[in-house]
Design a protein around this ligand. Structure first.
Ligand SMILES: Cc1cc2nc3c(=O)[nH]c(=O)nc-3n(C[C@H](O)[C@H](O)[C@H](O)COP(=O)(O)O)c2cc1C
Length: 336
């Protein structure tokens, strides 16, 4: 397959081929990241609409709480391919939770070794495992020993210093079948620029697929990152907030070279309305509260609609929010 050039960017031919992750074949090289408090079924449904083949992750789950049955996984056939992400620090607990996720229909188990939040790291989970590589390895081995689906790891460059080169090799040797690298250290949190140069270095060291993550917010970012790193694919995170079509737009670009038009204000309002209704149907009043942040994201960067944004944030019930959105949509229709 020949390379083809779009907008002065050559799209490497390997990006149009399936990605093999152990026994799992992915027909898209663009993934949606797990986002705690965000990537619930409603969000995933909107992402899936334009990205039918992308791997999407459910919200990160605490392995211990999952085993206690506080949450029940239920991955519907329409959600496939969907992965489960777990965090924790006890290999046997993570292994048992992984078996549950496999039984619930997850296509892979992703182990979180990157979350910087104190609540998680205090309990030796998430990015704290960067400081305990032996424990991290024991976790990968324990999980890989009990599930048939691939075990993947999502991590960062290091805790403070960059330690990923050794760590990545160890994870691969332990049985990880894909590594997603968020190119920031734990101490950077979400600030500063992701340093994709480390992704290129890790990619050159490993045989398993490496997925690039951090600051990939457009097709142009994706192709720049892939050209710089030769990574096997990309994962989007915050760029999908208020723009759940981002993964699909990048996938379409990498597969065909076609660029998807930017969302209009009308598109944003329609998406906000749909998202609100999905959350309401799925979670009732709790969903309405969660909808606030999404509504706010849909209207971010819309200087003329900050009043509407504020009104939506203050809205007390579904019909009030729908009235506000419907009135704004009607105005946009008149202007169209
Ligand atoms: C609100 C929020 C929640 C997140 N939750 C998770 C999570 O549960 N698991 C995970 O691996 N990463 C999580 N992340 C990190 C993202 O998946 C991603 O690695 C990071 O935001 C960098 O990518 P980006 O620059 O595309 O956003 C979260 C990030 C944010 C902002």
């Amino acid at each position: 397959m020949a390379e083809f050039a779009v907008a002065n960017r050559a799209i490497p031919a390997y990006l149009q081929t399936p990605l093999q992750v152990g026994s799992l074949t992915l027909h898209s090289r663009v993934l949606q990241s797990p986002l705690a408090g965000i990537s619930d079924r409603s969000f995933r449904q909107l992402v899936r609409r334009s990205a039918p083949q992308s791997l999407i992750f459910a919200e990160m789950a605490h392995a211990g709480l999952q085993l206690e049955g506080r949450d029940r996984w239920q991955f519907l056939p329409s959600e496939q391919p969907i992965g489960a992400q777990l965090f924790g620090h006890q290999p046997e607990v993570l292994a048992a939770a992984a078996q549950q996720a496999e039984a619930a229909g997850a296509v892979c188990i992703d182990l979180n070794m990157g979350c910087p939040v104190n609540k998680v790291t205090r309990k030796r989970g998430g990015s704290a495992l960067l400081q305990e590589p032996e424990l991290a390895i024991a976790i990968v081995q324990a999980v890989a020993a009990v599930v048939r689906i691939p075990v993947t790891v999502k991590t960062r460059l290091g805790w403070e210093q960059v330690t990923i080169l050794d760590f990545a090799r160890q994870l691969e040797d332990a049985g990880a079948q894909l590594l997603t690298l968020h190119a920031r250290s734990r101490s950077q949190g979400y600030s500063g620029q992701a340093d994709w140069r480390w992704i290129a270095r890790v990619k050159s060291l490993l045989s398993i697929p490496v997925i690039a993550n951090g600051d990939i917010n457009s097709p142009a970012d994706a192709i720049a990152c892939l050209q710089q790193t030769s990574a096997d694919g990309v994962m989007c995170g915050r760029g999908s907030l208020g723009n759940p079509g981002l993964v699909g737009a990048i996938d379409r670009y990498l597969q065909t070279g076609a660029l998807t038009p930017e969302l209009t204000l009308r598109d944003r309002l329609q998406l906000a309305r749909e998202h609100l209704l999905l959350l309401w149907e799925d979670k009732g009043v709790a969903g309405l509260l969660q909808a606030r942040k999404h509504l706010s994201w849909y209207l971010a960067d819309q200087p003329d609609h900050q009043d509407l944004r504020q009104q939506l944030l203050r809205s007390e019930n579904l019909s009030q929010s729908l009235d506000l959105l419907d009135a704004a949509i009607a105005t946009e229709n008149l202007l169209a």
